[in-house]
Design a protein around this ligand. Sequence first.
Ligand code: UD1
Ligand code: CA
Length: 456
Amino acid sequence: MNKAIILAGGQGKRMKADMPKPLFKVLGDPMLEWVIAACESAGVSDICVVKGFMGEMIDEYLNGRYKTVLQAERLGTGHAVMQAIPFMEEDTDGNTLVLCGDAPFIDAETIGEALEYHKQQGNAATVITSELDDPTGYGRILRTASGISGIVEQKDASKEQLSIKEVNSGAYWFRTADLIDLLGKLNNDNVQKEYYLTDTIFIALSEGKKAGAFKSANPELILGANNRKDLLELNDIARRAVIEKHLENGVEFVCTDGVVIERSVEIGAGTQIQPNTILRKGTKIGSNCVIGPNALADHCTIGDNVVLNASQAYDSVIESGVTVGPYVHIRPDSHIKTGVHIGDFVEIKNSTIGEKTAIAHLAYIGDSDIGKKVNIGCGTVTVNYDGISKSRCVIGDNCFIGCNTNLIAPVKLGKAVYTAAGTTVTRDVPDYALAIDRGVMKVNEGYTLRKLKSSK
Ligand code: UD1
Ligand code: CA
């Protein structure tokens, strides 16, 4: 069976952070996750991640999903792969894919095509390469008339070799048994005093084994992040690619400034995405919506014809025909049903809002179940927390909640209940009743004039 080893031992000193470099995110996912996803969609699921610097963070992130092995000292890419020899020895019949955890754009297609080429050529080792306009920093591919002859690192290269534009992506297919054998023959006789995985190519050839290069026309799949500027560049490339996919699917963008859409987000045709909109993973949006400007949806399911204007929504369902915003915060576990209108400065949390209900302004609805065609007046507050525990409010269909009503949970209002403005509802109210809680208003005539006179 085929296996994959992902190298993630590096520190990434130039990131200036206490975190393994492969955990830095591109479009919301750690680079390591991008590389894992490429393996998985290429059908390679038996994966071992080589961890090193702050390896416990890698374990914490992977949470047992894949095997890991610790490279205690950072002695080079060849040394990193050596740590995974016991993993390879579990099954030496197939091929092993080696990838860098900090080059997120390697894709399943390239992995698959490179494997085909590797097998068809009968290679012991196949390196994936591409040409870069600026090859600085990468290992250069050396060729003779008969094919690849080796890889030379930037720091070890002659002036002439430095002008070579074909570079090593850091991704390879090896016949597993050959890789184990080749690793045993590496030395650290080079400028960096490291065990270079790249030397396996030269060693294989010198032993009469076949080695080759699978050259991709797409230089982006090589790109890695060595510093934060590179990381921003990777984010820009990924962001643009996602937006292009949605454009092809019929999504409209007036201007893409500040628009960040994570990879797995789905958007229906005819939906317009306005500037400064962030759509995070797990979000699915229907057709003909207007999302933004300044909107954020995180793990939300949104129907058709929804307006989400200058608002944020998390882990919630918003059905078709709902209008939200501006300045609305929909917190997790909310379910906003068809035709609801939620206006400015409203917060909703862990609540169900029934069809065609309106919450037009300045309200807090938490831990509540609200029926259909309810009108929630301005300033309504569900008082769901007594400082110790949270309780629910239930409001029946067709209720009319007057402005500045406080509903002290747990409390239940029946169907078509009215509450008078300013009422604090402290017990259940039956169907069709009015709840009113007010002192008698007094009018003190001439008060202002008397006050002015006495202050002279
Ligand atoms: C390596 C290649 C170079 C290639 C480039 C592609 C070697 C000697 N050079 O260079 O030819 O063009 O990748 O990006 O292989 N790592 C470990 N342990 C180590 C050293 C590295 O786990 O001891 C990991 C890093 O976390 C990283 C990957 O291996 O994910 C590559 O290491 P890095 O130091 O970035 O190699 P480069 O010098 O970029
Ligand atoms: Ca690198």
